[in-house]
Design a protein around this ligand. Structure first.
Ligand SMILES: [Zn+2]
Length: 558
């Protein structure tokens, strides 16, 4: 295995050693690993067939000489999950989630920790320092514990207490710094200098950038195996690997996308892919120095000294040199920087959990809020294939998104002589949920559309829902059940939505039931005229994500 470390400022190459952090010629700390891509391109695709699907299957492209199986916790090899419901909701069927929650400590930082700790162990290092907004320190702590390396973890006092306790649980020394993340980094750096300890240098850490590349490798392999008859790694073919049109990730310091874009570039150098995906890097409005620099076309980012966000994990105020490096990469891929509000992120987190069964941490939800924004702006097209990085725990965030009433209590009364225990239970349960929920009838000939509307309603509250798959069935159902609200499709064979509406309005018992028309069709002025005064709202089918739809539903059933 051969690789060198090349200085990105003067081009000087040197062998790799973890504690050598500066270019021997120009003293720059910005250097990159470089491999023999031609040789690896020839051998790697054949090797892959015989290797397990984990991070180390790309070992020829990692700066560790001998991967030590004793240190592994099963890093990498996370699933790529198709977000079918989100896809329907957004009108973009090809949305995939790279589920980094399934790493050993639940975040994509596990890759960084696995590779870095392996390299440190190989170099005989026994103590290290890292500053973190939470997840990095948790990952490093787990791997450091396994490798017998002592970790000094510098965190800001704003890092949620549960995260701090987890760091301490692994035996790391937690050092709480009352100040910003950038200040915590400075304190950590000074501590490491005084004690002459190895220090994690963020995006300047060779192993960190290299580890992040494996996300690019994995998702290209995974996308290919879904769509090509001879997927990579089957030892038979040399067909090209597939890349998405977009790769979306939320960023704090920006190391993730910097490493992942290097991964895609290496695949291109090895002629394993043709096209680089456009990279979208998403920040929170309250701490978005890179987005501001991008929109202002500035060469460097002006640091944000007091980040204003609840999403502490993303509160890197000063991206330093990562910005120009990442901006160049993003420009080359025709990608972009964008920001979203905390509220958008919390909403996206809720939508993701309810629509896809995936509970991400707010930092990851920022990328989903970014996805929604880019789709709505028409920047991401309905035919695009999109991969989103998803990571993290949700524990510390419940107060922000759920309020205080997220659980209902069942308090069983003491059994009295007159009451059997069952009666007490029934009485208690009746307080958990009212006996009757608002009744909504969904009329649509497409089963997918019915399922989507049902899912959106269910995710927002308690409804009793009936469905009709054509106009005739709809009229019978509404006459029999008298729902509180009808959600009606227009384009159906035989008896269409207009005919259903006419039938309802013709009868006194059903004439006053509110109707929301949901249609994929652009209506002609004549058709609009037919609906006028007959319905409560007209929604385009791609609009279901909007709060307007749910507000409308809530208003009508009150
Ligand atoms: Zn140099």
């Amino acid at each position: 295995m051969s690789f060198v470390i090349r200085c990105i400022d003067c081009g000087h190459t040197a062998p790799y050693f973890p504690t050598s952090t500066n270019c021997p010629r120009c003293n720059s700390q910005w250097r990159e690993a470089e491999y023999d891509y031609d040789a690896i391109a020839k051998s790697l695709p054949l090797q892959l067939a015989n290797r397990p699907f984990d991070l180390w299957r790309y070992r020829e492209l990692l700066p560790v000489r001998n991967a030590n199986p004793a240190l592994t916790l099963g890093e990498g090899g996370t699933p790529l999950i198709q977000a079918v419901n989100l896809g329907m909701m957004l009108g973009c069927p090809n949305i995939f989630i790279k589920d980094e929650r399934q790493g050993p400590t639940g975040s994509f930082k596990d890759r960084q920790a696995a590779v870095t700790i392996a390299a440190l162990k190989e170099a005989g290092i026994t103590e290290m320092v890292a500053a973190s907004t939470g997840n990095v320190a948790i990952s490093y702590s787990a791997y450091a514990a396994r490798a017998g390396i002592k970790l000094w973890a510098f965190v800001t006092s704003l890092v949620p207490a549960v995260k701090m306790r987890e760091i301490a649980l692994y035996g790391s020394q937690v050092v709480k710094v009352t100040g910003s993340y950038d200040q915590a980094k400075q304190v950590a750096s000074e501590f490491a200098r005084q004690r002459n300890l190895y220090q994690d240098m963020g995006a300047r850490t060779i192993t960190s950038i290299e580890a992040m590349k494996t996300i690019a490798f994995e998702l290209a392999e995974q996308l290919t195996s879904r769509t090509v008859s001879h997927p990579p790694g089957n030892g038979k073919s040399r067909s090209l690997w597939r890349t998405p049109d977009w790769y979306i990730q939320s960023i704090s310091g920006g190391m993730g996308p910097l490493g992942i874009s290097k991964g895609f570039l290496e695949l291109k150098k090895m002629h394993l892919i043709e096209k680089l995906p456009a990279i979208a890097a998403i920040q929170v409005d309250g701490c978005s120095p890179m987005v501001k620099a991008w929109k202002d076309k500035a060469e460097t980012a002006t640091p944000v000294t007091s980040p204003r966000t609840h999403i502490e994990t993303l509160a890197t105020g000063d991206p330093g040199r990562v910005y120009p490096l990442l901006a160049k990469r993003i420009q080359e891929t025709h990608g972009l920087f964008e920001s979203v509000s905390d509220e958008d992120a919390f909403r996206a987190m809720h939508v993701l959990a309810k629509m896809e069964g995936i509970s991400a941490e707010p930092a990851a939800a920022v990328s989903f809020a970014g996805l929604f924004k880019l789709v709505r702006a028409g920047i991401i097209k309905s035919t695009d294939t999109v991969v989103i990085n998803c990571t993290g725990h949700t524990m510390p965030t419940e107060p922000y998104i759920l309020g205080d009433n997220w659980a209902r209590n069942v308090v069983l009364p003491a059994t009295s002589m007159e009451e059997t225990p069952q009666e007490g239970l029934l009485a208690a349960l009746s307080r958990v949920a009212p006996e009757r929920f608002p009744h909504v009838a969904i009329v649509d000939d497409s089963p997918e559309a019915r399922r989507l509307i049902r899912r959106i309603l269910q995710s927002q509250g308690n409804f009793s829902i009936s469905e009709a798959e054509d106009g005739k069935q709809a009229i019978a159902l509404i006459e029999k059940e008298h729902p509180d609200l009808v959600i009606l499709d227009l384009m159906m064979p035989d008896v269409d939505g207009f005919a259903v509406l006419d039938a309802l309005k013709a009868k006194e018992e059903t004439a006053s039931i509110p109707v929301i028309v949901a249609t994929a069709k652009e209506l002609t002025p004549d058709e609009k005229g037919r609906l006028s005064g007959q319905i409560q709202a007209l929604m385009q089918k791609g609009d279901f994500l909007s709060d307007e739809f749910l507000d409308e539903v809530r208003t009508l059933i009150k």
